[in-house]
Design a protein around this ligand. Structure first.
Ligand SMILES: C/C(=C\C(=O)O)C(=O)SCCNC(=O)CCNC(=O)[C@H](O)C(C)(C)COP(=O)(O)OP(=O)(O)OC[C@H]1O[C@@H](n2cnc3c(N)ncnc32)[C@H](O)[C@@H]1OP(=O)(O)O
Length: 352
């Protein structure tokens, strides 16, 4: 009788059987398609705290009831980064499990003042664009508009537009691109770099004024770094039901360009944002735009953050805050940018 567990026999069996594949290829997406994502996720205090602790988002308003009350929350709410990561995590099985890389995201907006633990989410995505990748004929580029709702009330919680590279079932016959353009080496970095004196709205507004007078920029780096480990690379994305093999299958990823599992883009950006927020008095997160993931982050890499202050506007949802627009750049131990994006946040005023 055949012993199917004999290693030689089993190796032969593996050669002959089909693999029950997961995920969709580029050809499976057509503009206008709406996909309702099956996995549900209940936003838990545990998930929230695991995410925030490991990404160094230690703002007391998300941890302590008294600090939450001071900020106008009923209880410590779900952190906007965890809400964002959990929304995207649920979509991976349908949208990008085939192996697509998360290239970027824009128009990230939060529809509620706060979302609380215990909220059951339902998430859907609409295909808004499909495009040929001129540089990589084995991939296409797909963008989706994703919306997360409260399953019970149907209220919108958040939405964004995300873009991924998605493997084609049939690689396109092209010359492979040759689209590289001459890099423009000219940079127009200012001579003066101003650092705000503190983390209140006025500190950012004052720094912008000084920079303006000196033809400079408000730009600085944050001291903290977070080295990527099993928890950040594999555990955090899996806790959002993100099934992307990039984050947890070392065997498959050994043959990929990164040669290793890679950090979930939302972990990279949330970690950099955590560093930045530790140097400011955040009141509310308003939104994010033009987010890009420039290169891989792998276990052992350290994520640092750099901030540029773009504008400060004395207008917010309440008088005790103003609105600041930042550009945040996450970079690694070799000073290579791995993520960039603009962020709009309400920042507390000093008089508060
Ligand atoms: C959740 C998840 C996965 C999932 O979801 O399941 C993850 O967390 S995974 C981890 C986070 N992620 C990464 O680790 C990727 C880091 N990144 C890279 O490693 C490199 O980026 C690359 C190897 C992928 C490509 O490398 P590269 O080929 O040198 O890159 P580029 O030439 O810049 O871009 C190629 C083509 O993508 C177009 N393009 C770029 N950015 C955008 C954008 N923002 N919007 C629309 N189109 C864009 C570009 O316009 C070009 O288009 P063409 O092919 O037509 O020229």
């Amino acid at each position: 009788m055949t012993d199917w567990t004999d290693p030689d026999t089993f190796a032969q069996a593996l050669e002959h059987v089909e693999t029950r594949e997961k995920g969709n290829c580029f050809e499976d997406f057509a503009e206008g398609d709406v996909i309702e994502h099956d996995p549900g996720l209940t936003l838990t205090k545990w998930g929230n705290e695991a995410w925030m602790s490991q990404t160094l988002n230690h703002d007391p308003a998300y941890w302590r009831p008294d600090a939450a009350a001071d900020r106008g929350f009923e209880e410590p709410p779900i952190h906007p980064d965890y809400l964002t990561a959990a929304t995207l995590g649920i979509t991976v099985e349908d949208l990008s499990e085939k192996g697509g890389y998360f290239l970027g995201r824009t128009d990230v907006r939060f529809a509620q003042d706060a979302v609380y633990p215990g909220t059951h989410m339902s998430v859907e995505s609409e295909v808004v664009n499909t495009a040929t990748s001129s540089s990589r004929p084995q991939y296409g580029i797909v963008s989706w508009r994703t919306r997360a709702k409260d399953l019970e009330t149907d209220d919108l919680l958040m939405s964004y537009e995300r873009t991924n590279m998605i493997p084609r079932r049939e690689p396109l016959e092209t010359d492979g691109g040759a689209t590289a353009t001459e890099e423009d080496d000219d940079n127009d970095l200012p001579e003066t770099f101003v650092t705000p004196e503190g983390g209140y709205f006025e500190d950012f507004a004052d720094a912008l004024e000084i920079a303006d007078e000196e033809n400079g920029a408000v730009a600085y780096r944050h001291e903290r770094g977070r080295t990527q480990d099993d928890v950040t690379v594999a555990q955090l994305p899996l806790a959002t039901l993100n099934t992307a093999k990039q984050h947890h299958n070392v065997d498959v990823m050994a043959d990929s360009p990164s040669g290793d599992i890679v950090t979930y883009g939302d972990v990279t950006r949330s970690t950099a944002l955590g560093h930045a927020r530790s140097d400011e008095r955040t009141w509310r997160e308003v939104g994010f735009d033009d987010e890009s993931f420039h290169t891989f982050v792998t276990p052992g890499d350290t994520v640092y953050a750099f901030t540029r202050v773009l504008s400060a506007d004395d207008d917010a949802s309440q008088d005790t805050a103003g609105t600041v627009q930042f550009q945040h750049i996450a970079f690694n131990q070799d000073d290579v940018p791995v993520y960039s994006g603009t962020r709009t946040a309400e920042i507390q005023k000093r008089s508060n």
